[in-house]
Design a protein around this ligand. Structure first.
Ligand code: HMG
Ligand code: MG
Length: 308
């Protein structure tokens, strides 16, 4: 069976924007360093499958994430249609300088909701991270770039355990005040369950950040990512982060595994009649090709089922 049976359900959006993170969140976590030509081909195949937003790479310190040290070279090798959004991760002004030199049009800043992860991932603190972000966002906006904001560890932190919801909202609301057009709520280690998702979206609304500004970013460590995504869609979210083949993780977060697989998401959205513009068969072929390059099978259940 190549397609799910189409049966619509009430209370869901007609269309969802998929924010593909495989080339960045996926490949940052691979032990092997993937050749720049392979990365470029992977991105081309994702775009050919109909993905229109692909986070391509990071301008972080190359010693912190050697897997993406070739960011400038990769962007120079890509010739994407104008309609494709190709944001990159940027932590600070040095990263912004490098992104501007590579002619990017959109960046994503990534904040931590916890003290420990701010130290481990950004060599900073919960408060001081904003000293890095504020001038970076201001300069990016004046250069005409769109700026997305991530908040990591929204639903649990491997060192600190439960994360107070107010702490998450405070960090996210501050990113929006600084000018981020969208906030992606990261379940970095994949521990969230649906009640938390609803509560967080409601807490943001109460703080003046409406659901229209929110995107969701689930890792699938505990198998909850699709349930959490459906919950977010029912609450009005229409942008979902996912990773082709289920690649992904964070090298600075213990126990983070792959993101929600884009194919698993598309199977569900296709079944519900929610438009994404993505061709599932072509996407599966892209993930199978990439898995061949990495020398290991894709973790996505849908890829396994369809490619078998
Ligand atoms: P630091 O060592 O504190 O940096 O790292 P610094 O500001 O003290 O600078 C030290 C040196 O690094 C200087 O060079 C800087 O110029 C240079 P020197 O003067 O000594 O020659 N430097 C840079 N070089 C190139 N590019 C840069 C850069 N910045 C400084 N951007 C820093 C602080 C933030 C840079 C570091 O901690 C870092 O790069 N962290 C990134 C970690 C990372 O990429 N993690 C994974 C992504 S986050 C994630 O996956 C979560 C997410 O998916 C959502 C979710 O799942 O929750 C987004
Ligand atoms: Mg992530």
């Amino acid at each position: 069976m190549r397609k799910p049976q189409l049966v619509r359900a009430d209370g869901l959006p007609d269309r969802v924007t998929i924010y593909e993170v495989g080339p960045r969140d996926g490949l940052q976590n691979e032990s092997a360093i993937v050749d720049v030509a392979v990365k470029a081909e992977f991105i081309r195949r994702l775009v050919d499958a109909g993905l229109t937003t692909v986070e391509t790479t990071s301008f972080v310190h190359p010693k912190w994430v050697p897997q993406l040290a070739d960011a400038a070279e990769l962007l120079a090798a890509l010739e994407l249609p104008d309609a494709v959004r190709a944001p990159v991760l940027v932590p600070n002004e040095r990263g912004l300088d490098r992104a501007l030199a590579a002619n990017v049009r959109e960046i994503a800043i990534f904040a931590s909701a916890t003290e420990t992860f701010a130290a481990k991932n950004l060599n900073s603190t919960l408060d001081d991270q904003f000293a890095m972000f504020t001038p970076t966002i201001q300069r990016a906006l004046s250069a005409g770039l769109a700026v997305r904001g991530y908040v990591s560890m929204c639903y649990g932190d491997p060192w600190e355990g439960d994360v107070p919801i107010d702490q998450v909202v405070k960090v996210g609301a501050r990113l929006v005040e600084l000018g981020c057009h969208e906030l992606s709520l990261g379940d970095t280690i994949g521990v969230a369950t649906p009640g938390q998702v609803t509560a967080l979206i409601e807490a943001f609304a109460a703080a003046g950040v409406g659901v229209g500004k929110l995107a969701v970013h689930f890792h699938d460590t505990y198998g909850q990512a699709l349930a959490n995504t459906l919950t977010a869609l029912r609450a009005g979210v229409t942008t979902v982060d996912s990773s082709a083949g289920g690649l992904g993780g964070c090298p600075y977060a213990e126990s983070a595994t792959g993101n929600l697989a884009t194919e698993d998401l598309i199977w569900q959205l296709d079944g519900l009649g929610i438009e994404t513009g993505v061709d599932l068969d072509r996407l599966v072929a892209a993930s199978v090709w990439m898995a061949g390059q990495l020398g290991k099978p894709p973790v996505s259940r849908v890829v396994q089922a369809l490619a078998g």
